[in-house]
Every structure is written in structure tokens, then in C-alpha cells.
Design a protein around this ligand. Structure first.
Ligand code: DC
Length: 214
């Protein structure tokens, strides 16, 4: 964990699945002129890799061996984090049902988290960031004073997913993400909790800006 002051501001946006945090984080980054980093996409990309190679997601040693043997490039394009795995941009595959169904199992593996958290921290060397995920304010950048936790009722979150046409067992995923031993989903100490159930995306962005004094 870095002990020196952060070289740039990091706005940490955490929350459960389909709480609207990705859209909020992307718009907030645009408004502030910061780089937007989607860490959920990183866990999804590793899951896609594991599926692509037919590796068992419940076999930590096999997943770790695959991760270590695979060239993965992390970058920034047009103020957004990017990723290439074995030379391929996996973005079109990240919402596939098979990836969504297995991502919580992959994200629970300590070696996968260790690998991705180290890469996530490297992003702050070059830019101020809006980074979204489950453990950004609690584990990745616990020292940042800019932490928001975006929540919404389970019913509204399910409606939002359905409207996107994405198959997602939210309750099961939230349970796994909150009950795992490695960096479970938690409200980080000092985080501003914003309930987005009855708010538009723009209203949530305004609320984050106001509450965090950005
Ligand atoms: O935000 P998302 O739904 O795309 O995230 C996909 C999964 O990745 C989520 O179920 C939990 C995991 N995740 C995580 O464990 N830590 C993060 N910082 C981001 C996502």
C-alpha cells in the first residue's frame, strides 16, 4: 500500500452491481477532465481469458498460471482505461452471460486481485483518476479523501440491467462479492453513501461533485 501522498487526485466510486456507478464514474471523469478507470472490466477480462482457455475458474493455481503466462497490456485511450489480452481488445465480450456468471468466482481469487490491484495503482502515476469498482476506497486507494459509494434498491438495479438487455443474476453476484474473504464489497471508511434509486445519472454526478467538494 503506498504510504506517500498520492501524486494525483483519485476519486473512488464503489457500489454493488448495476447501481449506476459505471455511468456516473464515466460522466464524472468527463466533467473533471480525469481518466476513467473501470476495474470491473479488468476482472471481466480475466474471466473472459479463463473461459477462452477452458480453465476451471474454481482452480486458483490453474488461473494463476494462465495469468502469469499471458501478455496483458494496460493503457489509456481517449481518457479511458484500456486493456489488451493476447493482443485482443476483449471489450465486446465482457457482458457475455458466461463472463458475467463466472466473474465473481474469478474476482474472489487473491492472486487475481493482487495482480489487478497492482496494475490499478499504477494508473495514478500519470493522471488524476475516477476509478470505479468494489474495493477502490477500501483497498486500492484507501488514502484518497474522495470516496463515494453508490447504491440503489435491488429492484431498480434489476430493472436497469434488464433495460440494458444483459442477463445478470444480481443477487447471487452481490452475495458472492460481499461475502468473499479477499477485499469484499464494503462501504469504505469515510465514503459518502449516495442512494441513486430515485435519482437520474446527472443528479448522482451532481451529488458526488457536491459531497466530495470536487
Ligand atoms: O462492475 P462490474 O459488474 O462490471 O464488475 C464485475 C465483477 O468484478 C463484480 O461482480 C465483482 C468484481 N469486481 C471486484 O471484485 N472488484 C472491483 N474493483 C471491480 C469488480
Amino acid at each position: 500500500m503506498p504510504s506517500s501522498p498520492l501524486p494525483h487526485r483519485v476519486v473512488a466510486i464503489d457500489g454493488p452491481a448495476a447501481s449506476g456507478k459505471s455511468t456516473v464514474a464515466r460522466l464524472l471523469a468527463q466533467r473533471l477532465g480525469y481518466v476513467y478507470v473501470n476495474t470491473g472490466a479488468m476482472y471481466r477480462a480475466v474471466t473472459w481469458l479463463v473461459m477462452r482457455h477452458g480453465v476451471d475458474p474454481s482452480d486458483p493455481a490453474a488461473v494463476d498460471a494462465l495469468l502469469n503466462a499471458t501478455p496483458i497490456e494496460f493503457g489509456v485511450e481517449e481518457s479511458k482505461s484500456t486493456l489488451r489480452i493476447e493482443g485482443v481488445d476483449p471489450t465486446p465480450y465482457l457482458d457475455e452471460p458466461q463472463v458475467t456468471a463466472n466473474v465473481s468466482a474469478i474476482a474472489a481469487l487473491p492472486k487475481v486481485r493482487e495482480f489487478l490491484v497492482a496494475r490499478q495503482r499504477e494508473y495514478v502515476r500519470g493522471n488524476p483518476l475516477v476509478m470505479e469498482g468494489r474495493d477502490i476506497g477500501s483497498v486500492v486507494f484507501p488514502e484518497t479523501p474522495f470516496k463515494a459509494y453508490i447504491d440503489a434498491s435491488e429492484e431498480v438495479r434489476a430493472q436497469r440491467r434488464a433495460a440494458q438487455g444483459i442477463v445478470d443474476n444480481l443477487a447471487a453476484r452481490d452475495k458472492k462479492d460481499s461475502s468473499r474473504s479477499a477485499a469484499p464489497l464494503r462501504i469504505a471508511p469515510g465514503a459518502q453513501v449516495i442512494d441513486s434509486t430515485c435519482l437520474s445519472v446527472e443528479e448522482v454526478v451532481d451529488e458526488v461533485v457536491q459531497r466530495l467538494g470536487l
